[in-house]
Design a protein around this ligand. Structure first.
Ligand SMILES: [Zn+2]
Length: 294
């Protein structure tokens, strides 16, 4: 298949939103779609955005998308979605109407699976409205599961978009970020980690830990950290959630250690070779205090 001109759209809209889990499908469909468009454009492809923001019912949304798609003469229609099930399903799949798109659909699946997602493969679906009604060959990418802790821990819209572009075109041009201006003269001594500083304050306030609030991750701070598990509530839990979000998890910062926080802690532990018990004990604190992505 020779690709030069493409339609792409984000599934659903804010009036009739898609699935929800660790993150909102509707929001991430848009983030991935926008990043794919800019990456494809920087490679010289012509791309039309056929996202519909105004349909008030699911049917209207689908009809609007198809009519926008069919206004353009393109080589391929791409629909961006995220899957959801019961929290157990995970991985990428690409749905297609016919095997005309087999090679491209498989390449996209493989490129996304290279990011660590389970490869669920290419599936033929002749019953889906958008795939059926669009004139050009069409594929629907279920990037990963928005209600899977495993997928949420791996997911990042920019790497997802790069994988899609790689699968489509065989190449990826990184968008060059403007470089920050170099710091003048010798930088002053780093003044610690602000998250660690706030944790120290909270440990002093709640437990009378009498730590120096210097933002420095030292042995006294680690020793003062309590065991935190499901059912906990408050400032320490919120700080744990913040740290998990800063390394890539999608969590609500509500200070409540519920099922989602527990699942995220388990993935965090698994990725770091720790016992996956969902309980924040000394080993997990050690990694949280470091605050590194890995
Ligand atoms: Zn969807």
């Amino acid at each position: 298949m020779n690709l030069k001109v493409l339609n792409i759209h984000a599934g659903h809209n804010t009036i009739v939103p898609g699935a929800n889990g660790y993150f909102s499908e509707t929001t991430e469909n848009k983030n991935v779609k926008n990043a794919v468009i800019s990456k494809l454009q920087s490679l010289g492809y012509t791309v039309y955005d056929c996202t519909d923001d105004s349909g008030k019912t699911q049917n209207e949304n689908l009809k609007n998308i198809v009519s926008k798609c069919n206004d353009n003469t393109v080589d391929l229609d791409i629909s961006i979605h995220f899957n959801a099930s019961n929290g157990q399903g995970h991985g990428v799949e690409v749905l297609q109407y016919s095997d005309k798109t087999q090679a491209i659909a498989q390449n996209i699946c493989n490129a996304i699976a290279e990011l660590g997602f389970k490869n669920r493969g290419v599936k033929e679906r002749t019953d889906l409205y958008v795939l059926k009604k669009t004139k050009a060959p069409a594929i629907l990418i279920e990037c990963c599961f928005c209600d899977s802790a495993i997928d949420a821990g791996l997911y990042n819209y920019d790497s997802m978009a790069s994988a899609i572009v790689k699968g489509l075109t065989g190449e990826v041009k990184e968008i060059v970020q403007p470089q920050p201006a170099p710091a003048p003269t010798p930088t002053p001594k780093p003044s610690g980690d602000n998250w660690v500083r706030r944790l120290q304050e909270e440990l002093n306030r709640q437990f009378g830990a009498r730590l120096v609030v210097d933002g420095i991750n030292g042995p006294k701070t680690l020793k003062a950290c309590p065991m935190v598990k499901k059912g906990a509530k408050g400032g320490i839990t919120k700080l744990i959630q913040e740290r998990l979000v800063s390394v890539g998890f999608n969590l609500t910062l509500d200070g409540i250690f519920g099922e989602n926080t527990k699942k995220a802690v388990k993935v965090f532990q698994k990725n770091r070779g720790l016992t996956e018990d969902g309980i924040v004990g000394p080993k997990t604190w050690e990694w949280l205090l470091k605050g590194t992505k890995m």
